[in-house]
Design a protein around this ligand. Structure first.
Ligand code: NAG
Ligand code: NAG
Ligand code: NAG
Ligand code: NAG
Ligand code: NAG
Ligand code: NAG
Ligand code: NAG
Length: 478
């Protein structure tokens, strides 16, 4: 929330007032068979999402407005990376090439001094997973003296290994990093899920067995601690939130969320791709099957697109989702799309295809042509009174991108070499031995293409602000 009004903001505020006068804005229109319509929808929402970032006063690079947690800024950068990779539009690349690096901290491990005191392992984890995505796509920092994205991801992995605590619960990461904080007495599936997914993707992309072994260890610990509900239960495949260490994790808090579930789905699919072991595919399908029947509602199929639409089950029905929870579906769509791509047997795709299609159609109806999106897509309309936010917009963008990814699972890596901010890259190729098995969605990033000139995103954003300011002046003159 903004606490101070600066002079430029006052002008902006009048522009916002202007836009708040009731003008009936249409919904976004997409056709699932026409990728250009989906790219265009993603573009509209991303533009609005970026405005939420650039409109902050003051703007601290890398951080969202203060109502959003540190982890959510990590998700924000992942969404922009995914947007570039799956639409081929590099307009916003400078944000993850530059602003992102403002929050890596002195240790290059996402513990920036302003926030480090209160951060959890999962807060840091979402930034590390974003760095992992950037490394997979072959993105490069604007400043060639910055650590590579892969180095950042590896550093967080090393931190996690050093924080693994075998003294209680036979292992696991604690929720909090520091002993003085709430949550230090908890071991949670959010932190361990981030560790699992990070280790699995590092293993898949580098071929280094240390990562694969840790991924196996974290998964086995999660399961044996009882954080994954077993097949014979009605809620088989469900990932539970946490347990306190005092009694060695006997009392499981069965809170659940789509994002929590998704880190395990993505990790298991990455392990399947890296090892070709059927048991990893079975786990990925088991976990994705739970998502398919729980995080998409109503379940009973109706042939008009209104059933099986993405729902944050634990809080959406009674309208109790907190700001943090409102970003969860973005993690779900990113993870399901990645898992689908990693599973050449198409078992996961068959499990969630209706869900993705119906969600994308419902999301488009829940977004307006100016890029605002609601949270409850089952309503199939945008309600300005209920409003929008960074989470709501990221959810829609990742949902649209999931449709594009399923249709054409080859990321556009050229887009990361053509930004004006990118230094000529000769030494940045991260990783050691790529796994030969999965050239489309893993393996070493392709060498970056030589820089082609194009508009800088800051200039674009600045131009947009001046247009708004100009409108404000006109408005004041009237
Ligand atoms: C830390 O917070 C201060 C005060 O808000 C701000 O000026 C500075 O840019 C922040 N540093 C980073 C790295 O975000
Ligand atoms: C594999 O990764 C581990 C953990 O980061 C590292 O210590 C080790 O040196 C790596 N091995 C190789 C061959 O790169
Ligand atoms: C998970 O743990 C249960 C017992 O806690 C065990 O029966 C089952 O085989 C384990 N599953 C996996 C996939 O490791
Ligand atoms: C909302 O629904 C969830 C899931 O059904 C439940 O756990 C929670 O207690 C409910 N909250 C309120 C305030 O009713
Ligand atoms: C969303 O909105 C619809 C229509 O108003 C309502 O029936 C439903 O309970 C809300 N929540 C969910 C999770 O669908
Ligand atoms: C989802 O939409 C795509 C694109 O139109 C289509 O190929 C696919 O068959 C649809 N899935 C289902 C289950 O209808
Ligand atoms: C919009 O949301 C408000 C607050 O939840 C509600 O009172 C109103 O009926 C909704 N409008 C429509 C058209 O659904």
């Amino acid at each position: 929330m903004r606490s101070k009004i600066y002079a430029p903001s006052a002008l902006l505020a009048s522009a916002q007032l202007l836009s708040m006068t009731p003008v009936a804005l249409g919904e976004l229109k997409i056709d699932l068979n026409k990728p250009d319509t989906i790219k265009s929808a993603a573009k509209t929402v991303v533009k609005s999402l970026l405005k939420d970032y650039t409109d902050q006063r003051p703007l601290t690079p890398g951080i969202l407005p203060s109502k959003y947690g540190f982890f959510e800024a990590g998700l924000f950068f992942n969404t922009i990376l995914d947007y570039a990779a799956w639409t081929g539009d590099n307009t916003y690349n400078s944000y993850f090439e530059k602003d992102f690096f403002n929050q890596i901290g002195d240790g290059d491990n996402f513990l920036p001094a302003n926030f480090s005191a209160s951060l959890t392992n999962s807060d840091v984890g979402y930034w590390a997973l974003t760095a992992m995505s950037a490394a997979e796509y072959g993105a490069n920092p604007a400043d060639s003296s910055s650590p590579s994205y892969l180095t950042l991801a590896k550093n967080v992995f090393d931190n996690y290994v050093s924080r693994w605590d075998a003294k209680t619960c036979n292992g696991g990461l604690r929720e909090s990093i520091f002993a003085a904080n709430n949550g230090y007495n908890i071991k949670d599936a959010e932190s361990n899920g981030a560790f699992f997914e990070l280790a699995a993707r590092l293993g898949l992309n580098t071929g280094n067995k240390t990562y694969l072994d840790w991924a196996t260890k974290v998964y086995d610990w999660t399961n044996s601690t009882g954080f994954i509900s077993q097949m014979e239960n009605a809620n088989g495949g469900q990932v539970y939130f946490s347990a306190p260490v005092e009694d060695n994790c006997q009392q499981i808090d069965q809170t659940y969320s789509s994002a929590l579930q998704s880190n395990y789905i993505y990790g298991a699919a990455a392990m399947y791709s890296a090892t070709k072991s059927q048991s990893w595919l079975d786990r990925a399908v088991f976990l994705a099957g739970f998502s398919a029947v729980t995080y998409f509602t109503p379940q009973s199929y109706v042939d008009d697109g209104s059933s099986q639409v993405a729902t944050e089950q634990a809080c959406e029905y009674n309208n109790t989702c907190a700001t943090d929870q409102k970003a969860g579906k973005s993690v779900m769509f990113r993870s399901l799309a990645a898992a689908i791509t990693l599973d050449k047997t198409k078992t996961i795709l068959n499990r969630v295809s209706v869900q993705l299609n119906n969600s994308a159609l419902a999301a488009s109806k829940s977004c307006t042509t100016d890029g605002n999106c609601g949270f409850n897509w089952s309503k199939q309309m945008y309600n300005a009174t209920e409003g929008t936010g960074v989470g709501e917009k990221m959810n829609a963008v990742e949902c649209f991108l999931a449709i594009l990814r399923v249709g054409n699972p080859v990321a556009n890596k050229q887009v990361f070499g053509s930004s004006p901010a990118t230094q000529p890259s000769t030494t940045q190729a991260p990783g050691s031995a790529p796994t030969a098995s999965n050239p489309t969605s893993s393996g070493l990033p392709a060498p970056t293409a030589s820089g082609q000139p194009s508009g800088a995103s800051f200039q674009a954003a600045g131009g947009f602000l001046s247009v708004l300011t100009f409108i404000s002046f006109l408005y004041l003159l009237l």
